[in-house]
Each structure stands twice: as structure tokens, then as C-alpha cells.
Design a protein around this ligand. Structure first.
Ligand code: IVH
Length: 719
């Protein structure tokens, strides 16, 4: 499973519009990928907590830039649409989710809300049916004239996938209801795998996976990918959503029925009565489902289930409480996506103890090195776990987890669990404390952790395989090389197919036209290339010459954003001069280093990143390779002294640079910075909330500049 560490993010209010747009694009791609992986492919690629954090980030940026909300934004959809390959099935009534409770107070509030809504007094008894909450896949089963006619997944709640054929392979699914039954009814329930079946299935898939890997390593042709399920839910979902029903038939799936959708006529007055009807029709109903005498019995039931949980055949993550009276259910209705008459009271996070076998390093797409724990596989509440994230090196140090230690794990609804403590820190003969690597395990480049930062990063920039895709995406993006038609999707494809590894490779794609044409959707007629290939190649050719600032920015050197790239371009003028200066600047105390440090706006940290990039020979090789393909246009330098002899006043606050930076720049251009406005003042730069000086400038009819105009004049270019 790929764990990817996002780069340290700026607060949304510090993003400019282009940065925001780029990040929203990346977030949409990543979140949609994760959502598809979870809902459609049943193969989660990130922990729920990470998904939530990214989702919130997306929302925060959208709140600040409402015009940039994308049509494919994850905030615009609920759940995942039906997967390709299955017909769509619209539910008679929507399939909803449940609100969660975690503590007795939450349950009390739930019951109080019911009373308030129905106007019931405290004396009125509320009876609930308690049902163990099995984490499987919910299904909607339609019966007409007592015959099973269609079965569907939940999908986005309104439209699911038609999996009738697959459901027909389940022994526990009644094909015909025992009379009497309504003309048409939707029965809902959960398809799941027992723990024992899951463990056997997990072991079998692991074996198949390893066999396939071995064959692949020896160069043999291998068939379709083998998926190792991460938990029983995942296994059940994957089994049920097979395009080939024969595969489903071979998997040990079970079904409990527990709810109803549309019904052409009422079948019961209470939920407990409905469960009896379901049993009569021939469904399996969870035998632990219990009608409670009053609402206070819920805490007891919850405690009893928590105790029995480990011994149950199947995995449960809580108990669902449903108000028994159906007339009350109808009156209560729904709020948002959940009914007011039911709640899922969840158990606390699951824990288990196992042995730490190794601490490995993963390199994220942005070059961040993240330690990851490899453990003796252990069953944490029915889920086989062998990896845990350690977040960062400080965390490893804090927990002092060492190879060979026994550790306690916690899984809090996440796919990837966490190590919460070392169980035997006093053990004799314990290993050495873990030491973070100083070179990147992927590419061998130095891995450095700047002072004051938590993340260690690979300096291998352009040449590190783990970072290649991200770098290429940046390289081709709108504000960088702006290669039309070379979006994320195509880059990923070109990279996966091995055609493009470094930026220079993009310019050699033209040598692989026949390969491109062989791809689905890319093919042309016998006579010529398809428009798609033609357009892409033309877009690439068009960018063989770009401005030097775009070129420098496109390299994706850390801290070299558009603004700094522009400063460098203006200062060094040509690509050759810049390249040579950066190489020379590697030597501390050299003239080139001093010169670099003297550029206004380029602080020591930025200089360090540049020097770091140029200290890695393979980065320089990749750059030189690129310079053989692309010829950056020399930048027009703003002549030093362009403002020579002029006097300038800054007033109000500038948004894109500090006052200090603005004044230093003005001085570098030969201007005299003065504090007060007079007849002799040549320019007055007016920032936000400017006061009396702006007024005076107007009175004296002086030349005033907005911040944007000042940027232009000083050669900063647009913000
Ligand atoms: S009732 C409107 N009953 O939990 C009622 N759901 O978070 C919605 N689930 O998608 C469902 N056991 O997959 C209900 N006894 C039970 C359940 C149950 C498991 C799952 C189901 C649903 C999810 C809601």
C-alpha cells in the first residue's frame, strides 16, 4: 500500500490563486483516486484519517477560492458512483448511513432528541432493537411477487450497482419468499465474511500474491493482479463486486437481513415484528438482535457485546440501535444522510500486541522520508496487520521503538494502524535505538533534515524514482512549462509505461509514436497518427523554447517558486550563466556564493536549496540533458539603477512582500527610500489601508503606484 506524505502545506490564506488551483487539482486527483480505491476497487490506499485531512484541506481552500471549485471536486459528490462493468440500479428509497455514538451521553442525547421531536414525555417508554453492527457490504434486495428479481450495492446511496448474478451465488439468499408477502418489497442487509473464512482467504491470497511476485521477478508472464484483502469488509466487498460471478461463488459469503426499503404494503408495525417477518420469509437474521425493554438497557447491551465481541464468528465494530415502533420511525424521518430513529454506537479502537521486525523507510512523492514499522502479522479485531506508520523520526525516537521489541498497536477505524507503545522496554539484550538514514533508499542521494523541520527529505529531486511522477507533473503544469495535453493522467501513463522518467524524456516522446498509437484511445488510422498524439507532440515541441524563469521554476527545486525563479532569471540572464553560477556557488565563500546571497529576496535557506540541488551530480546531469532539448530564452534584466536618483515612499501594507524587501529592492534599483511625502517625491507606492500619506500624495498630484504596478516597475512581475 502506498503511503504518501503531503508536502508541508501553507495555510489556505497564504496561497495565491495559481497555487490554490494547482493544489485543488492535485487534491481532486488524489482524493478521487482514494475514493475509487475504497468504494470501487475495494482496495484502500490511504488511512481514513489521511483522507479526512486531505478532504478538509480541499474544503478550506475552496472556501477561500470559491471560483476555483472544480467540477470533479470531491466536495461535490457523495460516495462513489457505480463502477464501470456493472449496470446501474436505482434504489426505491435511498440507502442511508447512520450517525455514530461513542459514549453513553451520545446515546442519551439521541434518545432525548427523539422525545423532543415526537413531543413525548419522559415517562413514555422508548423501546429499541439492538443489532450487532457487522462491517460488511450493505445490499438492497428487490422481491416482486415473492421472487428475487434484483440485488444492488449501496453505491452513492441513490444508485448502486446491479450485482444480481453475484448475489445469486449466496446460499443464504432466499430466491423465493415464503407467503404471505407484499407485491413488491426491498429487503436490506449485510453481506460479510466470518473471521475464520477471512483468515483462510487472506492466507490463500497472500500465497498467490507471493507466487506471482516470484514468477514476475524471474521474468515470467503473470496474469491479473492478486489482491490481499486488508479486512473482512474489504474481502466481502471485493468478492461481491467481481465481474465474473464464478469468482463470487468461490468465496465464503454470508448474509444477515436487517432493514427494509420500499414496500408496496406494510408488513409489520414494529422493527422487531419486521425481523420476525424476515425470518419467516427465509432470511437469516442475526440471532443476537434483541428488543430492549427500555432505553436504559442500551448501556448494558453495549457492554455485553463488547465482552462477547472477540469470541464472535464475525467482526463487529459496534451496535446499531433502532427505535422499535415503525410509525414513530416514519414521523422522525431523516436528517441529512441518516435516520433520526437509529444510531450506531461504536466500540473504542481495537488493540493488539505483536513484534516489531523492522523499521523501513518509504519515500513519498515529494521526497519526504517516512519510517514504517514492519511487524509480525497480527489479527487486530479480525484485521490482519503487518505495517504501521511511524509518522516521522521524532515519533520513533519518542516511542523508542526498536527492532525486536514487542509493541502494542491500535487500529482506530484506519486501514493502517499505529504503534502506541513498547510493551517490554526493560527487556534485556534489547537492540540499538533506530537511526534515521542519511541517504535516500530509493536513489542513494543524500537525505537531509533541515534544522527546525520534522521531515527528512531526499535531495535526489529529478532523479529519485519515488519523486519522478510528482516532479514531472509539476514540470509540465500550467505555470511551469505549460505543456498542453500533458496533464496528470497522461504523465502517470507515460511514466508507468517507462517512456518518461526525467523531464528531458518528455521531449523524446516523439521517438515512440508507434508505442503511443498502440494504447487504447491513442491509436490513429493506418494513414496517420491520431489527433491526440499529434496534439500532444505539437504541444511538447512548442515548449522547446520558454522563458528562463518558467524553466527554472519547472525544475521543481524546493523553495524555488515562481517569484524566486523570476529573481534568478533576471539576475543571471541566461540558463548557461545561471547553471555555472550555481555550480560555482557550491563553494562556501566563493564569489558566486556571495553573489547569490546578495540577490534581494534570495535568503540563505533558498541559497542552500539551490546549492543542495546542484551538489547532486545526477541532478546536474538531468538538467544538462534537458538543456540539450530545451533552449530557455534569456531573461530581460531590469537594469540596476533603473530608478536611479528617484525618491520613493511606501505606505500602507504590501501583500506580496515585506516592506523591508520592497525598500531594499528600490534601493538596489538606485532609488532613495524616504519616509514622508513631499512635492519632491517621485513615486508613492500605496498598499492596503494606506492613510494620510496616500491622501497627501493625491493632493500633491504625485505619481502613485499600486502594489501590482510597483512589482512591474521593480521587475518582480505579477504576483
Ligand atoms: S441499518 C437507515 N442495521 O452500517 C438504516 N446497518 O452506517 C441504515 N450495518 O451501510 C442501515 N449492521 O452497511 C443497519 N444491523 C444493521 C447494520 C447496519 C451493519 C452497516 C450498513 C450500513 C452502515 C450504516
Amino acid at each position: 500500500m502506498a503511503e504518501k506524505t503531503p508536502s508541508p502545506a501553507l495555510p489556505p490564506e497564504e496561497l495565491n490563486e495559481t497555487e490554490a488551483a494547482r493544489e485543488l487539482e492535485a487534491l481532486a486527483a488524489r482524493l478521487n483516486e482514494a475514493s475509487r480505491a475504497y468504494h470501487v476497487n475495494d482496495a484502500p490506499i490511504m488511512p481514513d484519517a489521511e483522507y479526512d485531512a486531505l478532504y478538509r484541506r480541499n474544503q478550506a481552500i475552496e472556501a477561500r477560492f470559491p471560483d476555483l471549485v472544480r467540477p470533479d471536486s470531491p466536495s461535490r459528490k457523495v460516495g462513489e458512483e457505480a463502477a464501470a462493468g456493472f449496470a446501474k440500479a436505482r434504489h426505491g428509497t435511498p440507502m442511508l448511513s447512520l450517525d455514530n455514538a461513542f459514549a453513553p451521553e451520545d446515546f442519551a442525547e439521541f434518545a432525548a432528541r427523539i422525545r423532543r421531536f415526537l413531543g413525548l414525555s419522559a415517562e413514555e417508554v422508548l423501546r429499541f432493537v439492538a443489532e450487532p453492527k457487522i462491517d460488511g457490504l450493505s445490499v438492497n434486495l428487490t422481491y416482486e411477487k415473492g421472487r428475487f428479481v434484483r440485488g444492488a450495492t449501496r453505491g452513492d446511496g441513490t444508485v448502486g450497482e446491479d450485482i444480481t448474478e453475484n448475489l445469486l451465488t449466496l446460499d443464504q439468499l432466499p430466491r423465493e419468499l415464503k407467503a404471505p408477502f407484499p407485491e413488491r418489497i426491498e429487503v436490506r442487509g449485510e453481506v460479510f465474511m466470518t473471521k475464520a473464512d477471512f483468515l483462510a482467504f487472506h492466507a490463500e491470497q497472500t500465497r498467490l500474491f507471493e507466487e506471482r511476485e516470484l514468477r514476475r521477478e524471474t521474468g515470467e508472464k503473470v496474469g491479473e493482479a492478486v489482491r490481499i484483502p486488508v479486512n473482512p469488509r474489504n474481502a466481502a466487498a471485493g468478492s461481491l463486486r467481481q465481474l465474473d460471478a464464478k469468482v463470487t461463488a468461490s468465496r465464503p459469503l454470508r448474509l444477515f437481513a436487517y432493514a427494509q426499503g420500499t414496500s408496496s404494503s406494510p408488513v409489520a408495525e414494529t422493527h422487531s415484528g419486521y425481523l420476525d417477518v424476515l425470518r419467516g420469509w427465509g432470511f437469516q437474521v442475526n440471532p443476537l438482535s434483541t428488543l430492549l425493554d427500555d432505553e436504559n438497557a442500551s448501556a448494558d447491551f453495549q457492554a455485553r457485546m463488547a465482552e462477547r465481541r472477540a469470541g464472535l464468528e464475525y467482526d463487529i465494530d459496534g451496535v446499531v440501535y433502532k427505535l422499535d415502533r415503525l410509525d414513530w420511525q416514519t414521523r422522525l424521518g431523516f436528517v441529512g444522510r441518516a435516520p433520526r430513529w437509529a444510531i450506531a454506537w461504536k466500540f473504542p479502537a481495537e488493540r493488539a500486541v505483536t513484534k516489531l521486525l523492522d523499521i523501513q523507510i518509504q519515500v513519498g512523492r515529494t521526497g519526504a522520508l517516512t519510517p514504517r514499522a514492519i511487524m509480525q502479522p497480527v489479527n487486530v479485531g479480525g484485521v490482519m496487520v503487518q505495517h504501521a506508520t511511524l509518522h516521522n523520526e521524532d515519533e520513533v525516537a519518542r516511542r523508542d521503538a526498536r527492532v525486536g521489541d514487542t509493541v502494542e498497536l491500535q487500529r482506530a477505524g484506519d486501514v493502517i494502524p499505529q504503534i502506541i507503545r513498547v510493551v517490554d522496554p526493560e527487556r534485556e539484550g534489547r537492540g540499538e535505538p533506530w537511526v534515521p538514514p542519511t541517504v535516500c533508499p530509493e536513489c542513494g542521494s543524500p537525505a537531509v533534515r533541515p534544522e527546525g523541520e520534522v521531515v527528512r527529505r531526499c535531495t535526489g529531486g529529478l532523479i529519485c524514482p519515488a519523486q519522478q511522477v510528482e516532479r514531472l507533473i509539476h514540470f509540465a503544469s500550467r505555470n511551469a512549462m505549460d505543456i498542453e495535453g500533458l496533464g496528470i493522467e497522461n504523465i502517470v501513463l507515460l511514466h508507468e509505461e517507462g517512456l518518461v522518467k526525467t523531464p528531458a524524456d518528455i521531449f523524446r516522446v516523439k521517438d515512440h509514436v508507434s508505442t503511443l498509437r498502440g494504447w487504447k484511445g491513442w491509436g490513429g488510422s493506418a494513414k496517420g497518427e491520431s489527433k491526440k498524439v499529434q496534439n500532444l507532440l505539437a504541444a511538447i515541441e512548442a515548449r522547446r523554447s520558454v522563458s528562463l524563469e518558467r524553466f527554472i521554476f519547472a525544475l521543481g527545486i524546493r523553495r524555488i517558486g515562481e517569484q524566486n525563479a523570476r529573481l534568478l532569471a533576471r539576475h543571471y540572464h541566461t540558463a548557461e550563466a545561471w547553471r555555472q553560477a550555481m555550480l560555482d556557488a557550491r563553494i562556501i565563500g566563493s564569489e558566486a556564493r556571495e553573489d547569490l546571497g546578495g540577490i534581494i529576496g534570495i535568503g540563505p535557506a533558498i541559497a542552500q536549496e539551490l546549492v543542495g540541488f546542484f551538489s547532486e551530480t545526477r541532478n546536474v546531469e538531468a538538467l544538462d540533458d534537458l538543456l540539450r532539448e530545451v533552449s530557455p530564452e534569456p531573461a530581460e534584466a531590469v537594469a540596476e539603477g533603473a530608478l536611479s536618483g528617484k525618491s520613493i515612499v511606501f505606505t500602507g501594507s504590501l501583500e506580496t512582500m515585506t516592506r523591508q524587501e520592497a525598500e531594499a529592492r528600490a534601493e538596489a534599483l538606485g532609488a532613495k527610500v524616504v519616509k514622508s511625502v513631499s512635492k519632491k517625491t517621485d513615486f508613492v507606492v500605496i498598499g492596503a489601508d494606506a492613510g494620510s500619506k496616500a491622501k497627501k500624495a493625491a493632493e500633491l498630484e504625485l505619481k502613485t503606484l499600486t502594489e501590482a504596478e510597483w512589482r512591474e516597475l521593480a521587475g518582480f512581475g505579477p504576483a
